[in-house]
Design a protein around this ligand. Structure first.
Ligand code: PAF
Length: 283
């Protein structure tokens, strides 16, 4: 597995692969890799001949009071993990000046409206930072496929809209959330949880599963479904428990047959903010 740090080198490498008739998949990450990321790499290896895992802790997606400085960084243990898995061909770990050649950054990619609900409502500017960095990574690597985890479903739907609108040739693939045995979604932020909070965090999965069961059981009133999710999260510092449609991520009042919706929750535990969701097609 090779390690590359510059735009020129990654472009040269992907060009060589293309000339040899090989396709490339990109798995964008911020490092602190866990089993969930390895599942993305596994999917990427099924989708393309060569897999590039990018590692870049993107400053523009963190708010002023968020954990950018404290975000776990350990590229060498990430590399060891990928080597042990044996599926990635390349780690692309660019420095900030490769991704943002002129700082402060002035060119932003913004998908209007879709960042108003769920995490976007309390993390102003977060998705603008995510979309901008992913657009830069796609422009640098020019992969055939890019793979993202569906735990960040809002991110996935926003990025999918961005690639369609911008005409990127890259196809986006979403991989189902990898979970602990008790249902907790894997996240780099789970390591911040105290023992007690780790136990209480099971409520997130319980909430989205209850929403799914309500919808599949025939409930059509969104307020009733959201109430059920809030009940599961009682006693936690909840950010949201909402149902939105997946095309524009807007709140819906009443569910109709065939509609694809996201039942999504976010909860604070100490310094960690955890999210989870269930994607449901209304029967
Ligand atoms: O999901 C993440 O880890 C990040 O938001 C991403 C897509 C790598 C962009 O920095």
């Amino acid at each position: 597995m090779i390690q590359i740090e510059t735009k020129a080198d990654i472009q040269g490498r992907v060009r060589e692969w293309k000339r040899a008739g090989a396709t490339t998949a990109l798995v964008p990450t911020m490092g602190a890799l866990h089993e969930g990321h390895l599942a993305l790499v596994e999917c990427a290896a099924q989708e393309a001949d060569q897999v590039v895992v990018s590692i870049f802790v993107n400053p523009t997606q963190f708010g002023p009071n968020e954990d950018f400085d404290a975000y776990p960084r350990n590229v060498s243990s990430d590399v060891d993990m990928l080597k042990a898995q044996g599926l990635a061909s390349c780690v692309f770990a660019p420095g900030p000046s490769e991704v943002y050649p002129a700082w402060p950054n002035r060119t932003w990619v913004d998908v209007e409206g879709m960042d108003r609900t769920l995490c976007g409502a309390s993390r102003q500017g977060h998705f603008r930072g995510v979309v901008t960095v992913v657009a830069r990574l796609l422009a640098m690597v020019q992969p055939d496929v890019a793979v993202f985890g569906m735990k960040d479903a809002q991110q996935f739907f926003i990025l999918r809209r961005m690639t369609e609108d911008m005409g990127f040739a890259t196809r986006l693939v979403g991989v189902p959330t990898v979970r602990e045995q008790d249902g907790l979604a894997l996240s780099s932020r789970n390591r911040y949880l105290s023992e007690e909070d780790r136990y209480r965090a099971r409520a997130l999965y319980a909430a989205v599963q209850s929403a799914r069961a309500c919808i599949l059981g025939g409930e059509r009133r969104v307020d009733a479904i959201e109430r059920v999710m809030r009940q599961e999260l009682e006693g936690t510092r909840m950010d949201y428990a909402s149902i939105v449609d997946t095309s524009l991520l807007m709140p819906v009042n009443e569910l109709t047959s065939g509609m694809e919706v996201l039942a999504a929750v976010a909860v604070h535990f100490g310094s960690a903010r955890l999210i989870d969701n269930a994607l449901v097609t209304v029967p």
